[in-house]
Design a protein around this ligand. Structure first.
Ligand code: PMP
Length: 406
């Protein structure tokens, strides 16, 4: 992994912030974009901007080809069987809402159970709360070990014959925990439940094979994996998507429309009402090209190295609490005794270091951690070990500034 060469592909990484070179460690919120993705968007708007699946003119054909070619790239990237299973959405939140309302709301009744983990992002939590309220289903949680890991024996005990849906994140955006979603899916299936996986924090950072993991639904966002904002994907097993009624209607998702009735187009278009995010999808295709060119195994190996280095460095610092397990994906959440996370992030920003402070859209997890918020540094393959040194130094400086002598 030649990080210095890779960094040249990302124009923003060359800028300064507050008089310091930018150290961008907020990748779990959104990633930066390489030139190839930016240029792909410019090319679309400059040369073949047109709506898809509608016109028969040259530009419309070009746009449609690129839009569908990107779908095929995404299919290959996550190892889905068919492009019919790749639904373009606005992002992970949108994808999970489609599953909750399009599948959960229709198929659950009172007495059924939905099981999720305590480390879910609100996107994989609130839709299930809402669906539980309207259907009368019960929302249950796996227990979690003190280091923020799930235990498969606990998983086995929590999923029962009444469980219809298990929904779990593959990687926690706060703890960095990597969950055994394949094993959880197998247990869910033994009990006749479906498995929904939130892949927002895994898809950008590690190889994903939805068939091997045997997910029934899998959701992720383009903007966290070098792509544009506002585009994401819902993967769904074809039989389930076929049986699902669209949550939104209108536009090209139809087959025939009469005055009082309508029939639906085939998958995947049945679930894509209205004009889609065309440039977003095309840009996401270019992002997939970029990631595949480096290789997801290599990206994952390198980011694990970064996470290990950051974990060890921060653990050594007096008065710093690091949350989550030792073996983790590429992020570290922490707190400094007596300093509010927002003050820590403001102090780091003065040194050009971008981290995030807050509840990270996981308030129940904050309660479990017994804190209101944390500081989170999250890495991508364009970050360097030097930047982790800069982060550690920035934390030491912040402690001194706020009166904690090291
Ligand atoms: N799930 C997880 C684990 C996330 O980290 C995020 C983004 N922070 C989301 C879901 C929601 O993603 P988006 O905002 O792109 O819909």
């Amino acid at each position: 992994m030649d990080v210095q060469t890779i960094r040249k592909d990302f124009p923003i990484l060359g800028r300064e912030v507050n008089g310091h070179p930018l150290v961008y460690l907020d990748n779990a919120a959104t990633s930066q974009k390489p030139n190839s993705v930016i240029q792909k968007l410019v090319d679309y708007y400059q040369n073949y901007n047109s709506n898809v699946h509608r016109g028969v003119h040259t530009l419309g054909t070009l746009a449609t080809e690129q839009f569908e070619e990107a779908r095929e790239k995404i299919r290959r990237f996550i190892h889905a069987k068919s492009t019919k299973e790749i639904i373009y959405t606005r992002g992970t939140t949108d994808s999970l809402n489609i599953v909750a309302y399009g599948y959960g709301r229709v198929n659950l009744t009172a007495g059924d159970e939905i099981v999720i983990s305590p480390m879910e992002h609100h996107a994989n939590l609130i839709p299930w709360q809402q669906v539980a309220q309207v259907t009368g289903a019960e929302l249950k949680y796996f227990p979690m070990k003190p280091d923020g890991m799930l235990d498969l024996d606990d998983v086995r005990k929590t999923i029962t014959d009444k469980t219809k849906i298990v929904a779990c994140t593959e990687v926690s955006n706060v703890l960095g925990t990597v969950n055994p979603v394949k094993e959880i899916a197998a247990i869910a299936h033994e009990k006749g439940a479906i498995m929904v996986v939130d892949g927002a924090q895994s898809t950008p950072h590690m190889p994903v094979d939805v068939q091997d993991m045997d997910a029934d639904f899998f959701a992720f966002s383009g903007h966290k994996m070098l792509g544009p904002t506002g585009i994401g994907v819902l993967y769904g097993r074809q039989e389930l998507l076929e049986a699902m009624e669209p949550v939104q209607t209108g536009g090209e998702m139809i087959d025939e429309v009469d005055f009082h009735s309508a029939t639906w187009a085939e998958l995947p278009w049945k679930l894509e009402a209205g004009t889609p995010h065309i440039s977003g999808a095309i840009g996401l295709g270019a992002a997939v090209d970029y990631l595949e060119n480096i290789g997801m195994e290599a990206i994952n190996r390198y980011e694990t190295e970064l996470a290990d280095a950051a974990y060890e460095k921060l653990k050594e610092l007096d008065g710093v609490t690091v949350y989550g397990p030792k073996h983790r994906a590429g992020l570290v959440s922490f707190n400094i005794d007596g300093i509010h996370p927002h003050d820590v992030s403001t102090a780091l920003d003065a040194d050009g270091i971008a981290v995030r402070a807050g509840h990270h859209c996981a308030q129940p997890l904050m309660r479990w951690l017994k804190c209101e918020s944390t500081v989170r540094a999250s890495f991508y393959f364009y970050n360097s070990l030097d930047e982790i040194e800069t982060l550690a130094k920035g934390i030491k400086d912040a402690k001194e500034f706020f009166g904690h002598v090291i």
